[in-house]
Write a protein that binds this ligand. Sequence first.
Ligand code: ADP
Length: 416
Amino acid sequence: MNEFWVTLTILLVLVIGWLAWRYFRLRRGLKAYAEQVEQMVKGELALSDLSSDVPGLEELSDAVYRLTKSDAEKIETGNAERARLEATLTQMTDGVLIVDSLAKIQMTNPAAEKLFGDGTGLVGKTVSVALRNHQLIETWRRCQRERQVHSESVELPANRKFLQLVAIPDAHASGEILLVQDLTRIRRLETVRRDFISNVSHELRTPLASLKALTETLQEGALDDPPAAQRFLGRIQIEVDALTQMAAELLELSRIESGQVPLDRRPISPVDLLHSAADRMNLQAQRAGIDLRVTHSESIPPINADFPRLEQVLVNLVHNAIKFTPPGGSVTLDVTQDDHQVHFSIEDTGIGIPADDLSRIFERFYRVDRSRSGGGTGLGLSIARHLVESHDGKIWAESREGEGSTFHFTIPILNY
Ligand code: ADP
């Protein structure tokens, strides 16, 4: 009997000892594991270092490991998607504004900041403060009210911009996404194209009508009168030459306007430019009995320009000056430095331009007095204006009727 109790007691002691050993081992394991998890939460431990087989807690630690791993993967995918979205928004030329349920702007892209921002950032501002246009605000309000896509095109008079707004209800939050397209350039091109077509058809009508009249007269019997036929043929040739010139200048203008004429800008000497243009026009001036002079101060700094293109501007202006100056007059080319610019001027002693026409002569097809335009197309000065402006310069004219005109244009000095 005694033996039985002794054995039982030993067994009990062994079981209790084993249980205690297991308990302390488990506690130690749990504590170390809790510390690992804590370190992971703080970001001090990588997922790969997290135990997935804590002795006694194999199933739990494995489940925690898998859960953490899948969470980390989801976060990584989310981060990659956000980075992709951010890159897309940054590069987009359309403005994007994300608005929350309290009508406050939560997120914008650089294009939106450029369109509506004042440099202080749009995030946190209300839509009304940011958009500052009642039509745009009303479009957003309708989308907010009806939870439907609404769009509107608006012209902003303040900065002469033409914008299209598309307001989309945000399906995930109760705010809206506003997409803004700047259609100013497209709109301007459309207007230019429309005007262009109507101008061209108007300009073609006169020479075509006179060609028709001349050929009809020839057909109706003038051919039998050789001197008259010669005269008519001569006039036909003049009309055809004028049409050919117009076609060439129109093509040139449309290429310049649509940016198809890339400028080959290099440092060039304004004085060389002036002399080169004068040399080309000398013979024409002599024939017209005009004294062509070139004056300039000693040192003029270089400009960054396309030599042949600016020479074309000077030749156009000198050509006009000769054309509109009676024999015996003079045309003077000059270049000076004016602050950060080089200032070219072409002065003539010709017929001058009436004050009312002065502001319009750079328009396409504009001629002051068609009967005195010497067969010109009215395109030369618009070509000159485009070329000067594409060099970041300005062109203008001063004139007194009967006394003469001076055409000026400026080009920024290199490195300013
Ligand atoms: P055009 O081919 O008719 O010369 P431009 O565009 O060069 O076309 O000039 C437009 C108009 O401006 C001319 O038709 C003319 O009436 C006027 N104009 C230009 N330059 C002069 C000038 N130096 N003196 C007087 N009028 C000028």
